[in-house]
Design a protein around this ligand. Structure first.
Ligand code: ADP
Ligand code: MG
Length: 363
């Protein structure tokens, strides 16, 4: 649906987008993720035609649109969905694009009512936008873009200013809507959990370059490097050195001690300096008996779980789960534990995890 070839955008000395090649498939939900300043918004604005590339080519549905002005590309862009026209009511906001295109009154009415129903805002059609909650306003903003039935919808951090609970609700609605409509979504976010929840494919950007493309599972299970491991869900990444490697089980010496992990099949020969990554979600609190029996044997065998001891230094309550921050030999490690079982600050704890869940990545 969209193809970028050697696309580049410079702002003075800054290379915002650095010769990227990318194909976005029709009817897929593609997320572009990366830290702030990695070039996500610029990429999206180039596709929308809101920026002119320094070099490279943009195809939409096999048509070279590199020099086509934005209003002729039929790829609407939604930012923070809040941006509604305050002087128009909900109905007028949604039908704005249809009116501009000269679509007749009867047809407009039909299409507005259909999309309003899909998005659950049909009861608000005659209200002013300031009489709606944040979530309702966002749904109206989406309706305004979707009523045009675009082949592609570009979204730049549209849930950015919503509180977490509302954000989650709109996330699942968006995913649902994308699947039902078959519209190609390109969704930019710096929030990896948003991408993991919604995307069919995730494009990871860093410093203007694409560092990896894959499904959420590809990225979490087979990160293409330390950056991706760090950015996508592996909340604990530490530097280490390979001590032994039999082609599948790898022993690594790192600030956590001597620990075991696995290598990707393509990295069977891995030696030397590496990154050791383990997700907070794969960490468990080890019971005191297990702790006692394993004491001093950390990582002694590939088939026994890794166990480390530390002291709780922080916690982030997240409802059913709490992320605790545990200091281990001066390194901070994060672990998700059931909130009901969370230890107190300052308490000594033991954490364990399976070698299968820890990844050893070349750096
Ligand atoms: P992201 O959306 O990933 O946070 P952006 O695409 O907005 O990143 O920005 C990428 C880089 O390009 C940043 O260094 C940013 O400061 C720079 N940049 C973006 N837009 C402009 C602009 N209009 N003028 C100058 N520099 C810009
Ligand atoms: Mg941005």
């Amino acid at each position: 649906m969209i193809r970028l070839e050697k696309l580049r955008k410079e702002f003075g000395d800054v290379v915002a987008v650095d010769d990227i090649d990318l194909e976005i498939r029709e009817a897929e939900f593609t997320c572009i993720i990366g830290p702030s300043g990695s070039g996500k918004s610029t990429t999206l604005r180039l596709v929308a035609g809101l920026e002119k590339p320094t070099s490279g080519t943009i195809y939409i549905a096999d048509r070279d649109v590199t020099r086509v002005p934005p209003h002729k590309r039929n790829v609407p862009m939604v930012w923070q969905l809040f941006v509604l026209f305050p002087h128009l009511n909900v109905r007028q906001n949604i039908e704005y694009g249809l009116t501009k295109r000269g679509i007749g009154r009867k047809e407009r009415r039909k299409r507005v009512e259909k999309i309003a129903e899909t998005l659950g805002v049909e009861r608000f059609l005659d209200r002013w936008t300031n009489e709606l909650s944040g979530g309702e306003q966002q749904r109206v903003g989406l309706a305004r873009a979707l009523v045009l039935e675009p082949p592609v919808l570009l979204l730049d951090e549209p849930l950015g200013s919503l509180d977490a609970a509302l954000g989650l609700a709109v996330q699942s609605e968006l995913k649902d809507l994308q699947q039902r409509s078959g519209i190609t979504f390109v969704y930019v976010t710096h929030n990896q959990s948003e991408a993991l929840a919604m995307a069919d494919r995730i494009v990871v950007m860093n410093e203007g370059k694409i560092v990896q493309i894959g499904s959420g599972t590809d990225l979490t299970d087979h990160p293409g490097g330390r950056f991706v491991a760090d950015f996508v869900g592996q909340n604990n990444v530490v530097d280490g050195t390979v001590v032994s490697n039999d082609g599948s089980n790898v022993q690594v010496r790192c600030p956590l001690g001597s620990v075991w992990g696995r290598v990707l099949s393509s990295e069977k020969q891995l030696t030397g300096p590496v990154a050791y990554a383990i997700s907070a979600d794969r960490m468990r609190l080890a019971s005191s008996e297990a702790d006692a029996s394993k004491e001093g044997e950390t990582g002694a065998a590939a088939d026994s779980p890794n166990i480390i001891k530390g002291v709780v230094r922080g916690e982030e309550y997240r409802g059913v789960w709490t992320t605790i921050v545990v200091e281990v030999n001066g390194t901070m490690i994060r672990a998700s534990v059931p909130s009901e079982e969370r230890p107190s600050l300052g308490e000594p704890v033991a954490l364990s995890w399976s070698s299968e869940d820890a990844m050893v990545i070349p750096i």
